[in-house]
Write a protein that binds this ligand. Sequence first.
Ligand code: NIG
Ligand code: FE
Length: 413
Amino acid sequence: MKSLMLTDIGSLAVVPRGPISGRRMAEIEFIRNAALVIDGGRIAWFGRAQEQPGSFAGQRLSARGGTVLPGLIDCHTHIPFCGDRRGEFVRRIAGESYLSIMQAGGGIRVTTNAVRAASLDGLVEASLPRLARMLALGVTTVECKSGYGLSPEHELKQLRAVRELAARQPIELIPTYLGAHALPAEFENRAADFLAAIADAGLLKQIADERLARFIDVFCDRGAFDVQQARRVLLAGANAGLKAKVHADELAQIGASRLAGELRAVSADHLETIDEDGLESLKSGGVVAVVLPGTSFFLGIHHADARRIMNADVPLALATDCNPGSSHIESLPLVLNIACCQLRLRPSEALAAATANAAAAIDAADRIGAIAIGHQADLTVLDAVDIDDWMYSPGRNRTAMVIKSGRVVFSQT
Ligand code: NIG
Ligand code: FE
């Protein structure tokens, strides 16, 4: 692979390797008038333009005075899915809650019917345009959960769709097995039987051996699975080599983030109802807190207290939670806008949460999410003078160019 120098960088966001917590999230260094050299798909040099290596003989590419960031990482999505739940969206606007719609037979089960009816190709075709739109928003890595199949056959189909999607477009996809997302209708009142099937040792071994997933996740909440059930599933996953993630403390406080800490999960996600014990547990377990402000915005519920999480010195990540029910939002920049405007994060904190800490939330902080020598050259070039300018314009796509592993994969004409 040829070497490439990105020149005319107005502002280079030198995000350090994650996880970063507390005040360090606000202390990102920016280099004005910078350049960056890519060699073999990795960052080989960066610094002030006037100090660039004189011997450079490769190709040059202008950032046109824009801002350069590590490629954005969406560390929590429910892609691939198909079908839509816009009817539920309108019912919620009229006053029904997510939980009451779920208890009346709506919610995840509706999407499960659509996903079970779809072929693997159908799931791929429904997801390709979403990923193309995410790429155009500056996103270079996306975590993808199963969890709408809810049977070994259809969960495997979803995970295989992720593999196919990874081969067909430039965004890197990180698969997570979320078999314990909801109790499907045919297992009503038979949760133990369902969990035995979905957390069967042979199935988990197959998922791990075929590298169909790197993580195992459980929806541990009121109306979903309790702590004891979640612990059993996550331990079975760990036995097969799948690292734990937890959908925790979203709808009610049942001790899910304490479980995440106890199991030293890679991440605990949602956290709208986290309490002091939960926070302490995340900190002592080295767990990344993934907050999903798009979900609170979309459901009209209160936001997680991101500032409290940062003050507790727990690394904070942000993601879209992109799914057809609780967050029909593909735009990670929009989620960062919400985090700035409603959760009062500073732009630099939001950036750290969607790069270095999002990388930590998928256990990849050693190679992505930072501007560091040797890191994968995943870069987002913005048509913005700095990140304050970027966050100051919600709803407007400021992405000028996206580079994945040193290759230009998107360019705004
Ligand atoms: O992360 N909380 C659980 N699961 C998803 C919702 C999925 C759905 O409603 O389809 C979430 O919000
Ligand atoms: Fe989710």
